[in-house]
Ligand binder design. Sequence first.
Ligand code: SF4
Length: 201
Amino acid sequence: MSERAKLKFPIEAGKILLHCCCAPCSGDVVERLCENGADFAIYFYNPNVHPREEYEKRKAAIVSYAQKMNVPFVDADYDPDRWFERVKGREAEPERGKRCDICFSMRLERSALYAHENGYPVLASSFGISRWKNIDQVNACGRKAAAAYADVMFWDYNWRKQGGSERMIQIAEREKFYRQTYCGCAYSLRDTGTRNNQESR
Ligand code: SF4
């Protein structure tokens, strides 16, 4: 556990639904929420991840961390056909482009629906902690997704702050998380291969 300033929750005592994309991005976010006594659950909805074997590896890592941290884990569908349908025509977009808007939105829309139907007034996401992601893009998608429900708000806290970026890497090493080398979709796999950039992320 780390010693950092107390988190100020947007709604005191309100349950938080944390959308998690993978264990490395979620390690410090989950740890901070636990340290601060948050009442929260992890929501795993990532139909973008390709191929299925990769999806299972990423899911297994976060399931095992959730168990260790004693955090409830909600396993949503793996419906990649719907994902491919939604991003159709955007296959050539670069990372952080329009395809990523659709991808973040799809995952956060489903999360916001779950939050609405299950009594979570606050939706948050681990997406923005990664330096590979555009925080403004993630937050815009999160706010839009939550705006569909009067009883759900998106918490756009910057998880990189207070050493979050460094802790994220330390926790991934400490926990020996499976660490992927591409964002997740078939197109990011293609582009990572093209760049020959195999740095863990
Ligand atoms: S690059 Fe990442 S965020 Fe963008 S569409 Fe692919 S999986 Fe989604």
